[in-house]
Design a protein around this ligand. Structure first.
Ligand SMILES: Nc1nc2c(ncn2[C@@H]2O[C@H](COP(=O)(O)OP(=O)(O)O)[C@@H](O)[C@H]2O)c(=O)[nH]1
Ligand SMILES: [Mg+2]
Length: 245
């Protein structure tokens, strides 16, 4: 439950995003209507990203030399002071102008997480393979965890800091985003969406390894179910046997 925005910590992972990062952080600094801190977690970029971030007066820079999207976000979240964390990529693909929509919806719905969904984007900027992969993953996730999300792979989210502190997150790479949803669903935290638009990457390359991440994401979804099943069986076992002690 998040009934009030006290401070928003925007956490942005970057790895060689020199041509994208300034536009993203400048837009956040300008458009985010709530009290904020902007934390960039960089994986030792070699293209000048670090210098660009240092030159802004409004970003906190953390260097996380251990590679991985999830590892970078976890480090950023650990250092975040806000009661709400917004995570967003530093590659200029998400429309950060919509950041207030996430927070407004969070308050309006008293939600624990709000995701920006790219599935209603009129420009359909997502690549075909990413779109299909996302749809399949989202179908399985919604079905098994009784949710109604349309874009489980969205990396633009507002999250209750308290809720994220209550769940255990182990994935170090792209499956981190799905693991978070699995853990939130299992804990009964509420998740909802707002529509956003999406742009193709203008500079640099994606770090997503589709096959490797696909396997990791599916095993995260199924591992979550095995755990849930085990908990349910344990619970049944104890209920049945408690009185026979
Ligand atoms: N610090 C850090 N950031 C990363 C790493 N891998 C990806 N990122 C950043 O995480 C965001 C998402 O990665 P991206 O390559 O765009 O993945 P895609 O959106 O799935 O294509 C971007 O801002 C990347 O720069 C990493 O190992 N370390
Ligand atoms: Mg990207």
């Amino acid at each position: 439950m998040t009934s009030k925005v006290e401070l928003v910590s925007v956490v942005i992972p970057t790895l060689n995003e020199a041509g994208n990062i300034l536009e993203a952080v400048t837009a956040i600094e300008k458009d985010l209507a709530y009290p904020k801190e902007i934390i960039v977690v960089d994986g030792n970029s070699t293209d000048g990203t670090i210098e660009i971030v240092k030159d802004t007066s409004f970003c906190k820079l953390i260097i996380e030399p251990r590679l991985g999207y999830g590892t970078a976000l976890k480090t950023g979240m650990k250092n975040a002071k806000g009661n709400i964390i917004v995570m967003v990529d530093g590659d200029g693909t998400y429309d950060v102008k919509h950041i207030n929509r996430l927070l407004d919806k969070m308050i309006q719905k008293d939600a624990d997480m709000v995701l920006a969904t790219r599935m209603y984007d009129p420009n359909k900027a997502m690549g075909f393979m990413n779109f299909v992969g996302n749809k399949v993953i989202t179908f399985f996730f919604d079905f098994f965890y009784s949710q109604f999300l349309s874009d489980t792979q969205s990396g633009f989210r507002a999250i209750s800091h308290e809720a994220i502190n209550n769940v255990k997150l182990n994935e170090g790479d792209m499956a981190f985003a799905t693991e978070m949803l699995v853990q939130f669903a299992k804990e009964g935290y509420s998740m909802t969406e707002v529509p956003t638009t999406y742009k193709a990457r203008k500079y640099g390359k994606t770090k997503l390894k589709k096959f490797k991440s696909g396997i990791e994401i599916f095993s995260t979804i199924f591992r979550g179910l095995l755990d849930a099943e085990m908990v349910r069986k344990n619970e049944e076992y104890w209920k049945k046997n408690w009185s026979k002690r």
